[in-house]
Design a protein around this ligand. Structure first.
Ligand SMILES: [Zn+2]
Length: 371
């Protein structure tokens, strides 16, 4: 299977325009999927979603004008309305907080993911490695972007078609990003803060780890999310930090014995002044966290080191299937809530190499993309 890879260069508008032009069909399908989900999953009508998107468009234009220009490019290139593209780009904000408002059970509705990082001292070649399975609904259309912007580092990332900012990826300054959806009782779209996808894009545009971290921690956030960020600029040296973010507070974790993992629950919600929101479905996060931690510890206690291949094997793990690290649809849930691993990624921050599969990594070979 050939991976959908877009090579984009130029100004934010030009990058957006080509993204829209080349991914028009995929963007159309994502709009269909998400507007249906807004309605079915969270009782958010099309009109209301667009009304909220309009408010966020103002937020983005004010705080992140180049992101707004890129969205304008995507809209024009794909012959789609700007507010629809905006709704796609702020889907986290629109959906995450809706359940609290209408008293729905939050059985949902956030990306389930398993992510981990390995410091150079515990890898075979002293490169910093980061890995992630992104679990979500299989109908969503993904894209890989190779971006050569007029200013700032080059970026290689995975995104959803129509979403400007990649959410898993790396850049030419050795910065890498993996993410996990989180839900807290304080998430609320009405906070109207800088959206999640805009922050991801800014992290991938960062030259240093501290700059990347400040993209998360500055000001408040509308909704919660977890960011696993690393940087390597020199062989054998590097840094990884995990930043849990809630609307009003953030907390950071460092690697233990060279490794760090995260799934879809707060490690320390009290410290961030929020309540954990976990229902039956979302409890898979607890299992996935325990399992990936076990696999990483087994590797360390056996004095073995991390490699791209070993990371790929861990991402193929089926303990607890279907709610496993390599996640498969659970047929006891309604069709729209059967999440599975949609993309699997292993990144080498030193070489800028990204190994990936679209779909379950247990069913296909990883393919190589380079920055
Ligand atoms: Zn599998």
């Amino acid at each position: 299977m050939r991976l959908p890879v877009l090579r984009l260069k130029g100004s934010p508008y030009e990058i957006g325009y080509r993204h829209g032009q080349f991914a028009r069909d995929r963007i159309e399908r994502n709009l269909e999927v998400y507007f249906r989900r807004f309605k079915n999953e969270t009782a958010l009508t099309r009109d209301e979603a667009l009304r909220r998107a309009e408010k966020y468009l103002q937020v983005i234009r004010r705080g992140s004008p180049s992101y707004a220009r890129a969205m304008e490019g995507v809209a024009l290139g794909s012959k789609t309305k700007l507010l629809e593209i905006t709704a796609l780009n702020v889907r986290y904000e629109l959906m995450y907080s809706q359940f609290a408002k209408i008293g729905l059970k939050p059985m949902l509705r956030i990306d389930g993911c398993t992510a981990f990082g390995a410091m150079p001292e515990v890898t075979v070649n002293r490169h910093l490695l980061m890995a992630q399975n992104w679990d979500w609904i299989p109908q969503v259309e993904g894209l890989f972007l190779k971006i050569r912007p007029t200013t700032g580092p080059n970026v290689l990332c995975f995104t959803e078609a129509g979403v400007v900012g990649g959410k898993i990826g790396l850049n030419s300054e050795g910065v890498g990003l993996a993410i996990n959806g989180l839900i807290s009782n304080k998430d609320d779209w009405e906070r109207l803060r800088k959206p999640f996808h805009v922050r991801c894009s800014e992290i991938l545009g960062s030259k240093t780890l501290s700059q990347a971290i400040s993209r998360i921690t500055r000001g408040e956030r509308s909704c919660s999310a977890n960011f696993l960020i690393g940087q390597q600029t020199k062989l054998g040296a590097g840094k990884i930090v995990d930043v849990e973010s809630a609307p009003e507070a953030t907390g950071a974790f460092s690697p233990q014995e060279g490794i760090l993992a995260h799934t879809n629950h707060f490690q320390n919600p009290e410290r961030l002044g929020v309540k954990q929101v976990l229902d039956e479905e979302r409890r898979s996060t607890l299992h996935r966290f325990a399992r990936i931690t076990q696999l990483l510890r087994q590797m360390r206690s056996g004095n073995r080191k991390m490699s791209m291949t070993r990371a790929e094997d861990m991402l193929r793990d089926h303990d607890g299937k279907p709610e496993s690290v390599c996640r498969h649809e659970n047929n006891s849930f309604p069709a729209d809530q059967r999440y599975r691993t949609v993309v699997s990624v292993v990144m080498d921050l030193y070489t800028g190499q990204l190994q990936t599969t679209l779909g379950s990594p247990c069913e296909r070979q990883y393919q190589t993309l380079r920055l």
